[in-house]
Write a protein that binds this ligand. Structure first.
Ligand code: ACO
Length: 382
């Protein structure tokens, strides 16, 4: 906090501001703990599915077998896209980056939903289900469009991860690949008031609508200081190409006071628990798919960063090993952040519904530091 000239303090980046209460996810940044509704993220990654974790986040408890079956059915019944959405995908430039495309497509979904402006928790949950269900088809089929491939419709007999990979690649994924993506979706589903969730909350707090909030959030997630970091990590690994180049690269970055992407976190000053899980996962998948080099380079970057900056609380974050994981699943690099979108819709929508229970317009102030009592100088005298 820095002192402002008024009686208030400036909290730059809102780093010390607790903006509201939430029962969804708990983060202990000093000890590297993340829980969804009290359940450790590691237990969820090992035992749950993405669909079940979303139920947990939205209902604050695990579902019974029949509740999970009903919730899964609700999602799958909403997989299909309105006819005009297929045309809209076709109309997008093939050169567009997927994140720009998805922001536009998610926004357009609102215009096909008669409940778009309904604000009841039930209507907002239904919209959340629609967003969760339709976004994978939007991402996969935008990718097919840009590669001049025919569209593939979502298959309601498949879970979200399997249906997505089937649309993307035109064939069913192996169980290992589908499980890998499902686990990534679980790990990214919620994370307190991160930048994109907070952006969604700013929007919903004006009593706008869930589609607008999610569109805001997609745009916020895109930045390389947030969800875009996983793509930046992969570009770094590709540019390096060989483990022998890692040391000079990392030390050079640190000397120039530049960021090494995939490291550091506003909240975690210990190891990000999602990265702990993803590291093991990335190692296994890289070995299975002949991408050991990527894993070895990542491990070496981590080693050098640990020597140099771990004492300052800078460790790998969720984006560091998710890069190798997504690459090993066979995803194009510019689809990494869209995977984050597919998952974080759970957090964005859940937090919007929770916040609306006791809504207060989010509207901070700024400390004005410009001049006062300035004259208006006529144009010909400036
Ligand atoms: N590489 C090198 N140094 C770093 C890094 C990094 N990745 N991250 C932080 N630092 C250093 C800063 O240079 C600064 O050092 P100084 O005190 O000597 O000036 C110190 O750590 C504190 O950094 P801040 O930027 O003040 O910390 P902040 O909490 O604002 O930053 C952030 C968090 C933005 C995530 C930062 O760590 C970063 O830029 N990381 C790289 C991008 C990234 O991986 N983002 C993904 C985050 S996870 C997510 O959003 C899903």
């Amino acid at each position: 906090m820095t002192a402002a000239t008024s009686t208030n303090m400036i909290d730059q980046g809102l780093a010390n501001t607790i903006a509201a209460e939430s029962k969804m996810s708990f983060i202990d940044g000093q000890n590297g703990v993340l829980e969804y509704v009290g359940i450790d993220i590691d237990a969820l990654a090992r035992n749950s599915t993405f669909e079940e974790s979303v139920y947990l986040l939205w209902h604050f408890r695990l579902p019974s077998e029949s509740e999970l079956a009903a919730f899964t059915d609700q999602i799958r019944n909403e997989y299909a896209l309105p006819d005009q959405m297929w045309q809209l995908i076709k109309d997008l430039p093939k050169t567009a980056s997927p994140m720009h495309a998805i922001r536009t497509l998610v926004s357009a979904l609102a215009m096909h939903d008669p409940e778009a402006d309904e604000q009841s928790p039930e209507a907002n949950t239904r919209k959340g289900i629609r967003l969760l269900a339709k976004t994978p088809a939007l991402i996969a089929n935008f990718d097919r469009h840009r590669k001049d491939k025919d569209f593939i419709k979502p298959d309601p007999s498949l879970d979200i991860a399997t249906s997505f990979l089937t649309m993307l690649n035109g064939e069913k994924p192996t169980d290992t690949m589908a499980k890998a993506l499902d686990v990534c979706l679980i790990l990214h589903a919620d994370h307190g008031f991160n930048a994109s969730t907070f952006a969604a909350l700013v929007t919903i707090s004006t009593l706008s609508d869930v589609y607008s909030a999610v569109t805001t959030a997609v745009g916020t997630l895109k930045g390389p200081l947030h969800g875009g970091a996983n793509e930046a990590v992969m570009h770094t690994l590709n540019e390096l190409g060989d483990i022998s180049k890692v040391e000079d690269f990392v030390r050079g970055k640190l000397e120039r006071k530049e960021r090494v992407m995939g490291f550091g976190h506003r909240v975690y000053k210990a190891y990000d628990p999602r990265a702990t899980y993803l590291k093991t996962f990335a190692k296994q998948l890289a070995a299975d798919t002949g991408n050991q080099n990527l894993y070895e380079m990542s491990r070496r970057i981590e080693e050098i960063m640990a020597e140099a900056v771990a004492a300052k609380g800078i460790h790998p974050n969720v984006d560091f090993y998710s890069a190798t994981t997504y690459y090993s699943i066979g995803l194009d690099i510019d689809l990494f952040t869209p995977m984050f979108v597919m998952s974080r819709i759970a957090g964005w929508v859940g937090h919007c519904i929770e916040y609306l229970q006791d809504n207060k317009l989010i509207r901070p102030r700024c400390e004005y530091t410009g001049p006062h009592s300035s004259p208006y100088v006529p144009m010909n005298e400036r």
